[in-house]
Design a protein around this ligand. Structure first.
Ligand SMILES: C[S@@+](CC[C@H](N)C(=O)[O-])C[C@H]1O[C@@H](n2cnc3c(N)ncnc32)[C@H](O)[C@@H]1O
Length: 435
């Protein structure tokens, strides 16, 4: 592909993303490239980099274009990105927007005039309001301000930085050190994560899923914060554990390893497709103590199993605001209505899942959100409705579970963030049903 051909493909990809604002961007990109098999892997990477570069800066680019009264068409978004973030000149842009075969059509007089007004501007403009300045959507600002106060700018910057790749050594098959050596034998240098006793970190993204270590089930891809939620669930060999929102089983796998495959886990979800994926991962990891259960409307299972589980983990569906450093498009594809709908859903799920906890057992509520509305406020409301549950402060649990490492939080709940902890943003609260 010519460089100009790559630009046109990136414009087409941006148009596909704009046309389906509710679909996850990676799914759209997969379909996009599947329908264009003639784009080879090197070109695909270059096109993705162009499009994702613009997506990362989209809030700022939209602000610049709105200020000059120009609609953010995919062509102008990409051109503005190249001009403001990549140091291109108008002349260089003109040399690519030529209308030659596969190249974008020449810039119209209106486009040239808009881009002229942008040239010389700074990507992060001093006149920008807080949202685009920090690259955060307006709807999330009140919650993020409440969470971080004066540290908001530092956290916002960490949410813009590239995330490392975290792995969890599967203790059912190996130790952390043996997994590290296996990876090093495949030319992948990993170091132990500072907080999780199971984690390994690779500074740059590498295609680990192609390694023998991955195929043999020695490692799983899992952010350190997510590992810590499984750790805090404190699932022990012989226990009965429900992973109520198990999805593709990321946390079920870690719970099974912590239980040494002894006892019983029920991995529940409302999505049959996700549970299907979970089955494959459980087999690869050698998990033998987990069954999957599809939650359906009118399901009697919950009643039958009421108050029978030692541990119930609720890894609730959420805005995913804690994962924006990994999914930069998600900040554009979620909104205030989603937040309100998800909060209502979380309360219902928490209520349902709590029925499963035995007296003296624990309910662990977790999200990958940084917004108090989905985190602490959810817990406050639940405890207000359920005097039979009490909060177990994380620092005391941590001291028991991970004595060699200083507890990363001071508060009662686990609230992890990219700048402070180097993890994705995660929240977890441990509640115990009074005996
Ligand atoms: C954050 S994801 C779970 C990720 C998973 N625990 C992991 O670690 O890989 C939330 C999951 O909740 C599921 N979910 C949504 N509504 C639900 C409900 N009412 N009851 C149970 N699970 C639900 C979704 O299908 C999704 O898989």
């Amino acid at each position: 592909m010519t460089p100009a051909g790559r630009l046109q493909a990136a414009i087409d990809l941006l148009a596909a993303l704009d046309a389906a604002p509710r679909r996850p961007a990676d799914a759209i990109a997969t379909d996009f490239f599947r329908g264009r098999r003639y784009i080879g892997s090197g070109d695909r990477r270059a096109v993705s980099e162009l499009a994702w570069g613009a997506i990362r800066q989209r809030l700022r680019l939209d602000w610049h274009l709105a200020r000059i009264g120009t609609p953010p068409t995919p062509r102008l978004v990409l051109a503005a990105h190249l001009l403001l973030a990549e140091g291109w000149t108008l002349q260089k842009l003109g040399g690519h927007f030529t209308g030659d075969r596969f190249a974008p059509s020449p810039l119209s007089p209106e486009e040239v005039s808009a881009l002229r007004r942008l040239s010389g501007a700074k990507l992060v403009d001093p006149e920008m309001p807080e949202g685009p300045r920090l690259n955060l959507p307006d709807w999330a600002l009140p919650g993020l301000r409440a969470r971080f106060g004066e540290k908001l700018a530092a956290e916002a910057a960490a949410m813009e930085a590239e995330a490392p790749l975290d792995l969890r050594a599967n203790l059912l098959r190996t130790s952390r050190e043996s997994a590290r050596l296996a990876l090093s034998g495949e030319d992948i240098a990993a170091t132990p994560t500072p907080l999780s006793p199971w984690g390994l970190r690779i500074p740059e993204r590498k295609p680990v899923t192609g390694t023998a270590a991955f195929k043999e089930g020695l490692i799983e891809v899992q952010d350190e914060g997510s590992q810590l939620i499984a750790l805090l669930t404190d699932a022990r060999p012989g226990m009965r554990v429900a992973d109520y929102c198990a999805g593709a089983a990321g946390k079920t796998l870690a719970l099974a390893a912590a239980m040494d495959n002894r006892g019983h886990i029920v991995a529940c979800d409302v999505s049959a497709a996700r549970l299907e994926g979970a089955g494959r991962r459980l087999r690869r990891a050698g998990v033998s103590n987990a069954e999957r259960h599809l939650l359906e409307p009118g399901d009697k299972w919950r009643k039958r199993r009421g108050r029978s589980f030692d541990r119930v983990l609720v890894d609730a569906p959420c805005t995913g605001s804690g994962t924006w450093r990994r999914n930069p498009d998600a900040r554009l594809r979620t909104n205030a209505t989603d937040l309100a709908e998800l909060s209502a859903k979380q309360a219902v799920i928490l209520e349902e899942a709590s029925e499963l906890v035995r007296p003296g057992g624990r309910l662990v509520y977790a999200t990958c959100s940084l917004l108090p509305e989905e985190d602490e406020m959810q817990i406050e409301r639940f405890l207000g409705r359920h005097p039979d549950f009490v909060m177990r402060p994380v620092p005391a649990l941590w001291a028991e579970l991970c004595p060699a490492v200083v507890c990363p939080v001071e508060g009662e709940a686990l609230a992890l963030s990219p700048a402070r902890h180097g993890t994705d943003g995660f929240f977890a609260a441990v509640l115990e049903r009074r005996p």
